[in-house]
Design a protein around this ligand. Sequence first.
Ligand code: NAD
Length: 280
Amino acid sequence: MEIMDGKELAKKIRTNLKEEVEILKSKGIYPKLAVIMVGNDKASAVYVKNKSKACNEVGVTYEEFLLKEDTTMDELLGLIQKLNQDTDIDGILLQSPIPKSLDIEEAFRTIDPKKDVDGFHPVNVGKLSLNQDCFVSCTPYGIIKMLETYHIPIEGVHAVIIGRSNIVGKPLIQCLLNKNATVTICHSKTENLEEVTKQADILIAAIGKPEFVTANMVKTGATVIDVGINRKEDGKLVGDVNFEEVSKKASYITPVPGGVGPMTVAMLMTNVVKAAKNRK
Ligand code: NAD
């Protein structure tokens, strides 16, 4: 069994991007990311901090816009439109969740698709499904990058995803399909889940339930990718996979922390640099 070291791989990606950014800067191109956060979600504050740290390391200029919990939709859309027009800004990221009184889908739709470095705009989602050049949602993008780096075959194999969210599960279907995998997607209404997951050559868990995937759900020799980030009652951070059990059966597995999480941020940096190159 080999542990897929997302932390180390993400570091390498950032180092390469730093060199690329230096070249861009020598040509007068200064990549810049704008991050909007609405309200005081604690987990979001941690994610945003990680993104700002990565920007700093790669040499991307970072600007944060902190909006109050009672921000109106007009105010939020006004800010997005202002950032769309700002020629200094290459990427715009709206950190989710935002307060329930606001329509996040409308906010995502308002971001200029050319600055949509999270790949959530319907134009980018549509282009991904047509296998056209676009901004790919960062978590699925990072998962593909990890599989490729570890030379894990994707073409022709059976990939099973658990979880159908718009940010992970659904775009991952397209990413795997574009690489010629046979893809099955499971969710909370799937019957006989274990029967399906046991067929997976590549099993990806994006559920949000601590240590949900147990050894009996996994085929011997499978590659297991754990997207989940869950805090247990004792404060310990765990994924959606029971690492201790499953690692004994899998041939490759991602740890939590240090697996998919750092890769997601590294791919965000990749997208910001791409946006800067595309635009200027
Ligand atoms: P979500 O919370 O929007 O949806 C969860 C999905 O799991 C749903 O599609 C649901 O149908 C499925 N599900 C729930 N219970 C199930 C069950 N019993 N059997 C089968 N399927 C079930 O999902 P999300 O936003 O993709 O987040 C999933 C997890 O991944 C969370 O822990 C989140 O924190 C984490 N996450 C991590 C990263 C990262 O960078 N590592 C990025 C995004 C999300």
